[in-house]
Design a protein around this ligand. Structure first.
Ligand SMILES: Cc1cc2nc3c(=O)[nH]c(=O)nc-3n(C[C@H](O)[C@H](O)[C@H](O)COP(=O)(O)OP(=O)(O)OC[C@H]3O[C@@H](n4cnc5c(N)ncnc54)[C@H](O)[C@@H]3O)c2cc1C
Length: 381
């Protein structure tokens, strides 16, 4: 007999969210993490936004935006101590690629999808916008979206799962996975051998590395890992987030973060092991240049307080990562009795919806449990 109904590999936001949903539904869950705490990988290196993603409208990802805006509203109700609405400012200059009519259209669509109201900031108030460069400035739009502490959010979701009965095994790296007729057995670096009826592969950028440990071998999806770097600079911005266009026309955010300012992000192809992901010199220069351009400042490398990088998991393709689909992909072996469900990509914002989608599959494979509506369950920080 298997030790658990579910083993979840990875205590990032997705693993924690599946552990929470499955525990509320009455499944017996064990979540295994290689690091000492939950939320130390991608889910600690995001832009920390709980948002629909205004910029995803440019690549027509309406379903994703709508789902994320719904999840934003759920989190604002169920975790108000962790997720706050904050003003976002979009300055439009004479040479900005996304001109005023496009921003207006985007914000109107965003509002229709559930993103809330927006307005133009009057010229007489521009001087109060944290030293924003006003040369050739034509308009500044303001709307609202959510900001969180991604690591704290992940740990709060996991704490709720543990409260309901999930077991958490930190500092255990999965090194071997064996599929058997009725169960799946995993072996960890601490020599633990644990079995379950189903395995959820929530190992983020290690998703295919985890699948490579399975015998007999199973299919993996073809993916690109794309690195995103952030820097923290010693500047205080008090009016909210700034949403600006970098020299290559990508969107970059300047975000108030723990008394300082967080700037990100980049999209750099990545071909090493996920654990070797570190900010690159060129990425830091790109972010500094963007800040200096918009805030009449001359920050240099020496001013940087901290920098960090995380990895996006995107479907493999030849086009630019910026417009690539950001929806979560759930992958199971073609066999209808497949025992492994892998989570590819996704958004911090949509973690609860992703967990619900995983649970749809789990309920079909392991019937006999009632579904709990997690969208109405509050959790603590
Ligand atoms: C630069 C960047 C900015 C982003 N900004 C935003 C944003 O502002 N808003 C938003 O909604 N989304 C954002 N995202 C997306 C979001 O951060 C990710 O989708 C999410 O954090 C992924 O979570 P995860 O649980 O899948 O992966 P992770 O957080 O990486 O968790 C995977 C876990 O699995 C563990 N693990 C892996 N292999 C093993 C093993 N063999 N044994 C045991 N444990 C293992 C890892 O240690 C890790 O803790 C951003 C992503 C990036 C890269």
């Amino acid at each position: 007999m298997a030790d658990y109904d579910l083993i979840i590999i990875g205590a990032g936001i997705h693993g924690a969210a599946v552990a929470r949903a499955a525990s509320y539904d009455g499944y017996n869950v064990c979540i295994i993490e290689q690091y000492p705490e939950a939320g130390l990988a991608t889910s600690n290196h995001s832009s920390k936004l709980i948002h629909g993603g205004l910029r995803y409208l440019e690549s027509f990802q309406f379903k994703l935006v709508k789902e994320c805006l719904h999840e934003r509203s759920v989190l604002l109700k169920t975790a108000p101590q962790l997720v706050k609405l904050i003003p976002f400012h979009i300055p439009v200059y004479k040479n900005t690629k996304r001109q005023s009519c496009l921003i207006y259209l985007g914000l109107t669509l965003y509002r229709l999808l559930g993103g809330g109201t927006f307005k133009k900031i009057s010229k007489s108030e521009w001087h109060s916008l944290d030293g924003l460069n006003t040369d050739n400035l034509k308009h500044v739009y303001q709307y609202h979206d959510g900001l969180t502490d991604d690591k704290k959010l992940t740990q709060a979701v996991l704490a709720d799962a543990i409260k309901i009965g999930a077991e958490f095994l930190p500092e255990n790296k999965i090194i071997k996975i064996e599929l058997e007729e009725e169960s799946v057995h995993v072996q960890t670096s601490q020599h633990k051998i644990i079995s379950a009826k189903l395995l959820i592969n929530a190992s983020g950028p290690w998703v295919n590395d985890t699948l490579s440990k399975v015998t007999p071998s199973i299919d993996a999806l073809s993916i690109d890992l794309v690195q995103g770097t952030h820097i923290v600079i010693p500047r205080t911005i008090s009016k909210g987030i700034y949403y600006v266009e970098a020299a290559d026309k990508r969107v970059v955010f300047a975000i108030p973060w723990k008394e300082h300012c967080l700037i990100g992000t980049t999209e750099t192809p990545f071909n090493k092991k996920p654990e070797d992901c570190v900010p690159q010199k060129e990425e830091i220069e790109y972010l500094l240049t963007t800040w200096n351009q918009y805030f009449n400042d001359t920050l240099t490398n020496d001013d940087i307080l901290e920098s960090f990088a995380g990895l996006r998991v995107l479907p493999a393709a030849d086009d630019s990562a910026f417009n690539r689909k950001r929806e979560t992909i759930l992958h199971t072996d073609n066999d209808k009795n497949a025992k492994i469900i892998s989570i590819y990509g996704g958004k911090l914002t949509a973690h609860r919806a992703t967990a619900e989608a995983v649970m749809e599959i789990v309920h079909k494979r392991l019937p006999g449990h009632d579904k709990t509506d997690t969208s109405v369950l509050s959790f603590e920080s």
